[in-house]
Design a protein around this ligand. Sequence first.
Ligand SMILES: [Zn+2]
Length: 267
Amino acid sequence: MVSIVFPSAHYSCCMRHLGENIRNNFHNASVVYHFYKAAKTYNIDVFSDHFNRIKDLVPQATTHLERVGFHRWSRAFFPGNSFFIATAALISAPAEKYATIAIKTIQQYNIMTTNIAESVNSMFLDERKYLITGLFDAINRRFAEKFHERRMKFINAPTIFVPLIEKDIAKDINLENKLLVHQTANYKYIVTSHNEVATVDLLAKSCTCKVFDIDKVPCPHAMAALRCQYGDDYGRHIYEYSSLYYKAEVYLIAYVEEIKPVPSEET
Ligand SMILES: [Zn+2]
């Protein structure tokens, strides 16, 4: 599994750490603001706008960010998308649950927005001072708890996808209502709102805004296109056009394994 998953995982740096470096080295709140905007956007044009603003404000900051490499800190340039393609076949593999855990790590926390090392670090602030065996016992116990907590979280979930994504979908459906759609070919649409034009290709699961491509869940433009393609009951098609990794049942597979306590040395 490692030989399949690992080569597709991309090395990048922690957005928060880089942001703090920028804050401490260049002492400019606007630069920090534009850095986070540039890091989080899906769109290369929006990225360029914010990056150029940084260049105007503090040119040395851009030199620093260029040296790190855009693909290491910006969502728009991050090459990690191929990870999903490489792992799509793994869902039916025998070690299915391990693949799913790897996928969840990327999927749930997305790229750059949560640093898993820091999350674990903050879970064991006190325990870090323990002797190593005590620390390992603490890790074992906390992970057993966390796994149980997550298993129970959606066990009776009435929704198809995990609640966080269901919420996003509901929000996007609201936005979608305000968009104007024109079909240009089968499964292809131009979607316009008062200030932007997007092109959606439903078969390629792609939109020029890139949210559909990267998040694997239809953006408002794609939802407008789905409504045009399938009519008013397009709601269920939203799931077909999303990554199956967002399903509550797939989430549960990642936590299915029970973590057993380590017995004491004497026993
Ligand atoms: Zn879009």
